[in-house]
Write a protein that binds this ligand. Structure first.
Ligand SMILES: CC(C)(COP(=O)(O)OP(=O)(O)OC[C@H]1O[C@@H](n2cnc3c(N)ncnc32)[C@H](O)[C@@H]1OP(=O)(O)O)[C@@H](O)C(=O)NCCC(=O)NCCS
Length: 373
């Protein structure tokens, strides 16, 4: 008997990330996510995910310099971003631009560990540039060159807004990147692993992953959360709106999870950040609306918020438009996707499950002239 949605099926061996859905515990290579979010930076986490050890100062400096050196886009990709419709979905733009990057990468189809690690660095550095450049172009602004004096998180916010972020904004965004970096065999990571397990290349794996992340049941939920909050618009309307959605059998974006049957530890962190950001800016509207939604969903369905619920109001408070929330998820998750691809390639076997056939058997073949359906 097939397990619908592969629920509970162990489909790979991995030493990158563990999720304890009953205890609400998430670790990257054995270190609790809460410690990493509190003490490390996104660049350190990227190194850790790829190489299995936290970097020394020298190793971190080397990776940071490598990422900074790769941020610029090949000229034809930037030209394509200028040519594409300004109304395009930013996830479609990201998926297409990443596919295009493969045409200009001399390592493109090489699946050796050395080449794949170089590609991973390029993708990690260039995805933020794509997202920021497209947003500026669609807003009628010129894309900004990356600033090598800024670290990964700050450079993205700068390329997006044209302003160097405050230390608080930089740190909040860095924590968001750490919290989204990996999550075991989530749908997009699985898609990436399936793709490269055919010995296709890393770019193809990442294109598959971006396409998978886009859906509202996965990464697309953060955009859907903010659109829902904006549509509701007022604290007093939250209860009625949520109850109406549930009565209409609609899913409430940002709630429920396949693995967590308790609090998602990332959601807990993001809720705290959303509250602090609200207090520091004197605007608690999105936080209080979110808390109300959390209360009503709990009363009605006993579902916990997931990562995407509070990340939505955090990003919004940082001045980021809702349709960029999912591309921002990709800016972080590229680290986990590429770590999983490296792991898959190191001990590869084609991923090819079976289906439980439930269709008709021994059907007669009816010539086309005699078919009546
Ligand atoms: C994440 C998600 C896809 C997991 O789905 P799943 O493991 O397949 O869970 P199921 O679809 O089997 O749902 C189990 C039950 O909870 C309900 N449920 C789950 N998430 C729900 C939500 N967000 N809103 C309303 N009901 C929800 C289902 O309707 C179902 O109820 P039922 O048994 O009365 O029919 C699902 O919770 C969801 O759609 N959430 C909203 C999208 C989202 O936030 N995605 C980001 C995930 S990190």
């Amino acid at each position: 008997m097939a397990e619908k949605g592969l629920e509970g099926i162990i489909a790979a061996t991995s030493s990158i990330c563990s999720v304890d859905g009953l205890e609400g515990k998430l670790t990257y290579r054995g270190i609790d996510i809460r410690i990493l979010a509190e003490k490390s930076t996104f660049e350190e986490v990227v190194y850790f995910l790829w190489h299995g050890q936290m970097p020394t100062r020298a190793q971190l400096d080397e990776l940071s310099s490598q990422l900074k050196a790769c941020r610029e886009l090949p000229a034809p990709v930037l030209a394509a971003l200028r040519a594409w419709p300004k109304t395009a979905n930013p996830m479609d733009v990201l998926r297409t631009a990443v596919s295009m990057l493969s045409l200009y990468d001399k390592d493109g189809a090489d699946t050796s560990r050395e080449a794949s690690t170089r590609i991973a660095a390029r993708l990690t550095a260039q995805i933020p540039t794509i997202v920021a450049a497209f947003h500026r172009l669609r807003s009628g602004l010129e894309p900004l060159a990356p600033d090598p004096s800024l670290r990964h998180a700050a450079n993205f916010l700068y390329m997006l807004t044209g302003e160097k972020p405050s230390p608080t904004a930089e740190r909040v965004f860095d924590i968001c990147l750490i919290l989204h970096a990996d999550h075991e065999l989530n749908a997009s990571t699985f898609a990436a692993r399936v793709t490269v397990a055919t010995l296709s290349d890393m770019y193809s794996g990442i294109v598959a992953a971006i396409g998978t992340l886009k859906g509202p049941l996965h990464g697309g939920a953060n955009t859907a959360v903010m659109n829902m909050l904006l549509k509701i618009g007022d604290l007093n309307k939250v209860e009625g709106a949520i109850k109406e959605m549930l009565a209409n059998k609609q899913r409430i974006p940002g709630f429920g999870h396949r693995v967590y049957k308790t609090w998602d530890p990332r959601a807990m962190w993001l809720r705290q950040i959303a509250e602090e950001l609200g207090k520091s800016t004197g605007n608690m509207k999105w936080y209080t609306m979110s808390r109300k939604a959390e209360e009503v969903v709990w009363q009605e369905k006993q579902l916990y918020p997931n990562l995407d619920f509070y990340s939505a109001s955090v990003y919004y408070k940082l001045g980021i438009p809702p349709d960029l929330f999912t591309p921002i998820f990709a800016i972080s998750r590229i680290s986990g996707w590429t770590a999983h691809i490296l792991e898959q390639l190191a001990d590869n076997r084609l991923i090819r499950p079976r289906a439980d056939y439930v269709g008709p058997i021994d059907q007669p073949y009816v010539p086309i002239e005699q078919r009546t359906n």
